[in-house]
Design a protein around this ligand. Structure first.
Ligand SMILES: *Cc1c(COP(=O)(O)O)cnc(C)c1O
Length: 531
């Protein structure tokens, strides 16, 4: 299997090159040349597979045997999910006959990004060890230095994915004092010598600007050879397809003989469109998903795409009418909500779906269809960059609506949803991101009459977002955060020894000095920037 850039060109990469490169040089994202179909007997053969078995079976369809043998792949997958606390890795929990929650937060940092980042870290290590083993004695060894900015949530998942990995070091910038105490402790109590936490006096936007500038700094680039390791990395999408299959088999077992007649919707709290895109690949491979539901918070560019048929950064219907829109809006135009991991302006992985939509709708001879789709997509992306909006042809929207639905959920609805699930029997405490999905699922279910069943993806443990959970439930006489929410792993975390370097002002040179300081002790290193 080879991979190409959504924005065109003749470049064709192996899986290894795709994973190590991240973002294509022309700004595009890598996608597979074809979407493989499932083996004819998958429904019976895979039915009793564990998460590990399914992962090996699905990943094998996208990675040629010559690149990673089946034995090596199984070892990598097993190692990646050993760190999970639940035997199913991603267990399915029944709420009622029509609603199930797919819990994705049983990994080391209690959030869904662990599912992909645990595997990504092991893939990096595997490829680097193999490259270095092939080098002649004395030849320069390949190393990676990952640099990223976090507002709290994703940094810890990346640190836990890369800690203690050979030939890799990781630098994570966070705004000092502006990350929740639990999230700050999760990152800074990791003591492995390849992990470096940089606490920057400044905002999250400052941290992100520094990382972007490092990436754009030609001199730094020349010395360290930059690349990207962010949420657009293909391996992350691929790793996430597995739990769609696993939950499908689990729900089939629950639904019994009627299962085949019941449509299954997957409801996904969405930010950068990585989690739900994995569901789209699963569906395109042949998994019977009736609809994928995009659930957004007030940062609703995707909900507006599906419901208003407009793809634009700012809502043109609102632009003139609101004057108080500035509150809670950062300098970049992103609105701050109770579900911060979904606070985005434009979803980077959406480009991959747009490519498939372009491909289906483009008017071209069969032989030119691929190139025409890349050209159309590249046109849309540059228009978005220049104008902040792209006119979407009707045919493209219809294709998008065939597979997806979308809902936007306010902070108020998020809090009410946390409350109502706490009050249900049995009581269930959900994090604010999961609550966005549950609320969207409810709205959609209330409009449907046909036989459908919903699987809501739960993306974080409620203890990670204690602020929103406490805000929703503190008035409740029977609620106790320590007793009802806090996992044993978090107890005592705040008192543990910290590993953190203070950056006293948001200054790129201070950050460079730290990175270069560590690189000098290890002169063979090269740098990969961006998370
Ligand atoms: C990253 C994240 C999301 C959004 O996932 P995308 O793949 O970016 O759409 C939702 N919830 C939580 C808790 C997350 O960390």
């Amino acid at each position: 299997m080879k991979y190409f850039s959504t924005r065109g060109g003749n470049e064709r990469l192996s899986f290894e090159e795709t994973v190590l490169t991240g973002l294509a040089p022309n700004g595009g994202l890598y996608i597979p040349e074809t979407i493989p179909s499932l083996p004819p007997d998958w429904k019976t053969k895979w039915r009793s597979y564990s998460f590990i078995d399914l992962s090996v079976a699905i990943l094998s369809l996208y990675i040629s045997r010559e690149e990673i043998s089946e034995i090596d792949l199984r070892t990598l997958v097993q190692k990646s999910y050993q760190t999970f606390r639940h035997p199913d890795i991603t267990p399915l929990k029944k709420l009622d006959d029509k609603r199930y929650v797919l819990e994705l937060f049983h990994g080391p940092t209690f959030a869904f990004k662990d599912v992909a980042l645990q595997l990504l870290g092991n893939l990096f290590e595997f490829f680097l060890l193999r490259r270095n083993a092939r080098k002649a004695p004395g030849e320069k060894q390949e190393k990676l230095t990952v640099v990223g900015a976090t507002s709290g949530d994703t940094g810890s998942a990346a640190i836990y994915g890369l800690r203690n990995k050979a030939n890799i070091s990781i630098f994570i910038l966070h705004p000092k004092g502006r990350v929740s105490p639990i999230q700050e402790a999760q990152m800074t109590t990791v003591s492995d010598s390849n992990v470096h936490n940089l606490a920057v006096t400044g905002t999250f936007d400052d941290c992100q600007d520094i990382v972007k500038s490092l990436f754009n700094d030609a001199a730094f680039n020349a010395t360290h050879r930059l690349g990207a390791v962010n949420s657009i990395n293909w391996a992350r999408i691929l790793a996430q397809t597995v739990y769609y299959f696993l939950s499908y088999f689990h729900i089939q077992a629950q639904l019994g003989p009627d299962a085949e007649r019941i449509g299954i919707q997957y409801v996904v709290p969405t930010g950068n469109f990585g989690d739900i895109l994995a569901g789209y690949y699963a569906q395109r491979m042949g998994l019977p998903i009736s609809k994928l539901v995009v659930a957004t918070n007030a940062n609703d560019i995707l909900a507006r795409f599906w419901n208003a048929g407009k793809y634009e950064k700012a809502d043109s219907d609102l632009e003139q009418s609101t004057s108080d829109g500035k509150q809670g809006t950062s300098s970049s135009g992103v609105k701050e909500t109770l579900s911060p991991a979904m606070d985005i302006l434009v979803s980077s992985n959406f480009e991959r779906l747009l490519w498939y939509l372009a491909y289906e709708n483009v008017e071209a001879e069969e032989a030119n269809r691929h190139d025409a789709a890349c050209e159309t997509l590249a046109g849309w992306m540059s228009k978005m960059k220049a104008d902040g909006r792209v006119p979407i042809p009707t045919g493209v929207l219809e294709t998008a609506r065939r597979d997806f639905l979308a809902e936007r959920i306010s902070d108020q609805q998020t809090l009410l949803t946390i409350q109502s699930h706490f009050e249900e029997t049995p009581s269930y405490v959900v994090d604010p991101h999961t609550a966005v999905g549950l609320a969207a699922g409810q709205i959609i279910a209330s409009r449907e009459s046909s036989a459908t069943c919903q699987i809501m993806l739960s993306t974080a443990h409620p203890a990670k977002f204690s602020e929103a959970v406490t805000l929703a439930l503190s008035a409740h006489p029977s609620f106790n955060f320590e007793r009802d929410v806090l996992p044993a792993e978090f107890i005592g975390l705040l008192e543990k020894k910290r590993n953190v370097i203070d950056i006293l002002k948001p200054d790129i040179d201070l950050v460079k000095a730290v990175i270069e300081g560590f690189a000098e002790r290890d002169p063979s290193s090269q740098t990969v920037v961006g998370l």
